[in-house]
Design a protein around this ligand. Structure first.
Ligand code: PMP
Length: 417
């Protein structure tokens, strides 16, 4: 490891500072990024405009599960760039059928529908559930109802933020789409009680990422599956962040052997190269959509299909999932061994952890700033939680080093007081 850690605390170098100021002047202020400007990246490491290296312990919120610029993914993209990149769905291209076949095989579902961003894929699942409700279940027109979980994060569209329980996500953006009921996450009884004759779907993250890597109680997903089957309601699993290797399984639902009716995927499906998302479902559900009823100009484009096929090939080796399982156990053991006056609860599964700082410790944002100075990229979520989600190519030694830096970064601020 060649990271430099001898830089004085709080140093933002002139080049970094200049770039941050330029962006501040001309971009919307809808993010509050840490003060680093990345210039290059490879594997689990990034280099900033000043030449300083950082271990990436966030991995683009799981979009970079296979690391930065994975050679097989970059190669697939390059080959496709030299042939054809976009056709729109008005015409088929020669990578589309293979992509659909591959993603069907990976999900075990009969059909897929590609989109671009995670939020679009979630919207697609919601539309599909409503259409299925009217066409198949026989729910009266315009009354379809969907149950979602508290503390959810499914994206930023108006329909989606309308059922968020986070005031920052929601306030000031109404009026919202009707037809959603929020129940506490992890409480199967509350979910069952919320179901009405007009309920068409239950939308859940199998592990809640943005909420701080919240793993539901054992048996919850199985109970949700049973309720959905019994009540004839579609189980929509938002695996945008939890899926494609992050938890040590291809899908987080696999941990309980649960098969949802609809998988919602995104982030890592694009291999960290471009946005690729989509849903997968069996024919009896997917076929309620007919030409003209849903789509996207860029969904399923040739470049996206080429990269996603290479992503699926990586997942079909089982190696990323195995690494996440094995290294994840190590990471969690190391995190749980941190002094309890520094760290409270450690949540998560596989190479995915929400580290809740102990009472009286500095705010998570401050700790992430100290981590940055120490050469580690991580992100706070809510006030007291640090989220760790390294690329699955990270090594055991790098994880050990990152945990050492985390402990030191908390102490840095605890001692500054
Ligand atoms: N669903 C989940 C579970 C997510 O974590 C996210 C993004 N954090 C989204 C959907 C939205 O994805 P995107 O930002 O690509 O729209």
């Amino acid at each position: 490891m060649t990271q430099t850690t001898d830089r004085p605390a709080s140093a933002v170098t002139p080049t970094t500072e200049h770039e941050l100021e330029r962006a501040e002047a001309h971009s919307a202020h809808n993010y509050h990024p840490l003060p680093v400007v990345v210039a290059e990246a490879e594997g689990a490491w990034v280099t900033d405009v000043d030449g300083k290296r950082y271990l990436d312990m966030l991995a683009g919120y799981s979009a970079l599960n296979f690391g930065h610029r994975h050679p097989a993914l970059v190669e697939a993209a390059k080959q496709q760039l030299d042939r054809v990149t976009l056709t729109s769905r008005a015409f088929q291209h020669d990578g589309f059928a293979a992509f659909c076949e591959d993603l069907s095989r990976l999900t075990g579902k009969q059909a897929v529908l590609p989109m671009n961003t995670g939020a679009e894929a979630v919207e697609t699942a919601l539309k599909l559930a409503r259409k299925w409700g009217y066409d198949v279940k026989g729910v009266p027109a315009d009354t379809a109802h969907i149950v979602v979980a508290g503390e959810n994060f499914h994206g930023r569209t108006i329909a989606i933020v309308g059922f968020s329980t986070d005031p920052d996500a929601r306030d000031g953006f109404g009026p919202f789409a009707p037809g959603f009921t929020v129940v506490p996450y992890g409480d199967a009884e509350a979910l069952a009680a919320a179901i009405t004759p007009s309920t068409v779907g239950v939308l859940l993250e199998p592990v809640q990422g943005e909420a701080g890597v919240v793993v539901p109680p054992k048996g919850y997903l199985t109970a949700v599956r049973d309720i959905c089957t019994r009540e004839r309601v579609l189980m929509l699993a938002d695996e945008v962040q939890s899926g494609l290797g992050r938890t040590g399984h291809t899908f987080a639902c696999d941990a309980e052997g649960v098969v949802p009716d609809v998988y919602v995927m995104g982030k890592a499906l694009g291999g960290g190269i471009l946005p690729v998302s989509g849903i997968a479902a069996d024919r009896d559900v997917m076929d309620v959509l007919h030409p003209g009823q849903h789509g996207s100009t860029f969904g399923g484009n040739p470049l996206a299909c080429a990269v996603a096929r290479a992503v699926i090939a990586l997942l079909e080796t089982g190696e990323p999932q195995a690494r996440s399982r094995e290294l994840g156990e190590h990471l969690h053991a190391r995190l749980r061994a941190l002094p309890s006056d520094l760290v409270g609860e450690v949540r998560g599964v596989g190479l995915w952890a929400g580290v809740q700082l102990a009472d009286g410790m500095p705010r998570a944002r401050l700790v992430c700033e100290r981590l940055l100075e120490r050469g580690v990229l991580a992100k706070d979520t809510h006030e007291h939680t640090i989220r760790l989600a390294p690329p699955l190519v990270v090594t055991r030694e790098e994880l050990d080093w990152a945990v050492d830096q985390l402990e030191a970064a908390i102490l840095d601020d605890a001692s500054r007081g």
